[in-house]
Design a protein around this ligand. Structure first.
Ligand SMILES: [Zn+2]
Length: 442
C-alpha cells in the first residue's frame, strides 16, 4: 500500500537528514544560529523550457544572541548574483554545509537586518520541471535561500511568481494577480499572515485546471484526469475536513486548501496546500479504503503545519500523530478493521527496524541508516504510541487530550514534553512511565 511513497523518496533527502542528525558544524556555520527569521519576501521567475529559475529573496531577521555580521542559511546550490544586508553589499560564502552572508557591519543584538539575495540557475533538486509546468517538493532551500532544518523558526512568507500569460500558479496563502498592460507576463503575489516553517514554503506554475470540491477546497489538476474523475478521486475530502476539525477541536487552520494533483508519485504537504501524485491517488478507485495520502497530507494542516515540531528529533509529533490520524479516519469511514490494518502495517515496519538493530525511542536523534528506518520510528512507532495512549486513557479522555494539545499549540512549535504535559493536564493522569518507555532517549 505504501510502496509508492518509497518510490518517491529521494536519496538526497536521506543525505539531508543524515547531515542534520549526524554532523556537528562549527557554531557560527549552523544555519540559523544567532538569529530568528521573521519574514521572507521571495520573487521567482521560473523558466520552464530551460528547467531554471531566477529569484530574489528578501529575508528580515532579528539578531538574538550577540552582535553578529555572519548569517548562515541552508546550503544553496544556485549561483548568487548579489547579496546585501540593510542595502550594503555583503560577502557571500558557500559550501556544502551552509550559505553564509557576511554583513560589512555587525548587527546589534535585538536589531533587525534586511538580507537580500539575488540568484539564478537550475535547481539540482527541490523543483520538478515538466513540459509545461514546474512545482516544488520538500527541498524549499533548493530554490530560495532559507532554513530547511530549523522547523522551530516559523516566519511569514510572501511568494511572488512571474508567470507567462495562460499559466496559473499555486503557493502559500491567498493570491493577488497583477497583469501589467502590454506585458505577456503575469505576477501572482501570494501572501500568508500566518508564519510557517521554511520546509513548507512551496510553489507551482503550469497550465492546470481547477476543480472545486467545496467553497474552501479545490484540486489544481496538472494531469489528464477529467473534472469528473478528479471529483471521484478527491470526493471524500470535505468529510475528512469535518472529521479532523471534530477530533482536533480546531477549525481547518487555513481559509482555503488546495490539493495539487501531479502526474507522478508525490506526497508532500506545503503550508496551505499539498502536492499529490496520481500514482498515489488512483488506487482509491479500486479500493475506497486506500485513501491514506489524501488524509495524511490534509491532517498535516493541524499536526505538522499548524502544530509543528521544534526540531527534527521531535518529528514524530508531525508524522506519528498524522499517521495515527489516518488510521483514525479509516476507522471512522471504513470501520475498525481498517484501523487495525493500519496498526498492523505500522507494527510490521517497526519490527523491520528493530530487526535491523534500530529499537529506538521516538526522539532518537540519529543518525539512521536509511529514510525507511527513520520513518519506521517517527511515523509508524509514533502512530503505535498514539494507539497505546488511546488504550491507556480510553476514547473519551484520549480525544479530549488531543483537542487540548492541538488547541493550545496551534500556530506554535512543540516538543515531546509539551505534548506529555497537555495529555497529563487534560487527563489528570501521570503518564511518565508510558513516555519513558516510548518517547525519551534517557
Ligand atoms: Zn507526512
Amino acid at each position: 500500500m505504501r510502496k509508492g511513497i518509497y518510490r518517491s523518496i529521494k536519496h538526497a533527502m536521506i543525505l539531508a537528514f543524515a547531515l542534520s542528525f549526524g554532523q556537528k558544524l562549527a557554531a557560527q556555520t549552523v544555519p540559523g544560529s544567532g538569529f530568528d527569521a521573521i519574514d521572507y519576501a521571495i520573487t521567482i521567475t521560473p523558466d520552464i523550457p530551460n528547467k531554471s529559475l531566477s529569484g530574489e529573496s528578501v529575508i528580515t531577521v532579528e539578531v538574538t544572541d550577540k552582535a553578529q555580521s555572519e548569517f548562515a542559511f541552508s546550503a544553496f546550490d544556485l549561483p548568487i548574483e548579489r547579496a546585501t544586508v540593510n542595502g550594503q553589499k555583503a560577502r557571500i560564502q558557500c559550501d556544502k554545509t551552509a550559505l553564509m552572508i557576511v554583513s560589512p557591519k555587525p548587527i546589534k543584538k535585538g536589531a533587525t537586518a534586511r538580507i537580500s539575495i539575488s540568484y539564478q540557475g537550475r535547481p539540482k533538486q527541490g523543483v520538478i520541471f515538466g513540459a509545461d509546468y514546474a512545482y516544488s517538493d520538500y527541498f524549499a532551500c533548493s530554490w530560495t535561500p532559507c532554513l530547511q532544518d530549523k522547523p522551530g523558526d516559523k516566519a511569514k512568507v510572501a511568494i511572488s511568481i512571474i508567470a507567462k500569460a495562460g499559466q496559473d500558479t499555486q503557493s502559500i496563502g491567498t493570491v493577488n494577480v497583477l497583469r501589467p498592460q502590454g506585458s505577456s507576463l503575469v505576477q501572482y503575489n501570494w501572501t500568508s499572515a500566518t508564519p510557517y516553517s521554511n520546509y513548507l514554503f512551496s510553489f507551482a506554475v503550469g497550465r492546470y485546471n481547477r476543480v472545486a470540491l467545496s467553497p474552501r477546497l479545490d484540486v489544481a489538476n496538472l494531469t489528464q484526469q477529467t473534472p469528473d474523475q478528479v471529483r471521484a478521486l478527491f470526493g471524500t475530502t470535505p468529510d475528512m475536513v469535518a472529521f479532523f476539525e471534530e477530533r482536533s477541536g480546531v477549525p481547518m487552520p487555513v481559509g482555503h486548501y488546495t490539493q495539487l494533483l501531479t502526474p507522478g508519485d508525490d506526497a508532500q504537504e506545503a503550508a496551505t496546500y499539498s502536492t499529490m501524485g496520481q500514482n498515489q491517488i488512483t488506487p482509491i478507485l479500486k479500493d475506497p479504503t486506500d485513501d491514506w495520502v489524501i488524509a495524511h497530507e490534509l491532517a498535516h494542516l493541524w499536526w505538522g503545519n499548524g502544530v509543528t515540531c521544534e526540531s527534527w528529533d521531535q518529528f514524530w509529533l508531525n508524522e506519528g500523530i498524522t499517521s495515527f490520524m489516518v488510521a483514525a479516519w479509516k476507522e471512522h469511514r471504513h470501520g475498525r478493521a481498517a484501523y487495525d490494518a493500519e496498526m498492523d502495517h505500522a507494527r510490521d515496519r517497526v519490527k523491520r527496524a528493530v530487526d535491523r538493530g534500530y529499537d529506538k525511542p521516538l526522539t532518537f536523534a540519529g543518525p539512521y541508516p536509511s529514510l525507511g528506518t527513520r520513518r519506521a520510528i517517527q511515523y509508524s512507532k509514533g502512530a503505535l504510541f498514539m494507539d497505546a495512549l488511546r488504550r491507556e486513557l480510553g476514547d473519551g479522555p484520549f480525544w479530549q487530550a488531543l483537542r487540548t494539545y492541538t488547541r493550545q499549540y496551534m500556530g506554535k512549535t512543540v516538543n515531546s514534553r509539551d505534548f506529555q504535559r497537555a495529555f497529563e493536564v487534560s487527563s489528570g493522569r501521570d503518564l511518565s512511565a508510558l513516555f519513558k518507555a516510548w518517547v525519551y532517549t534517557a
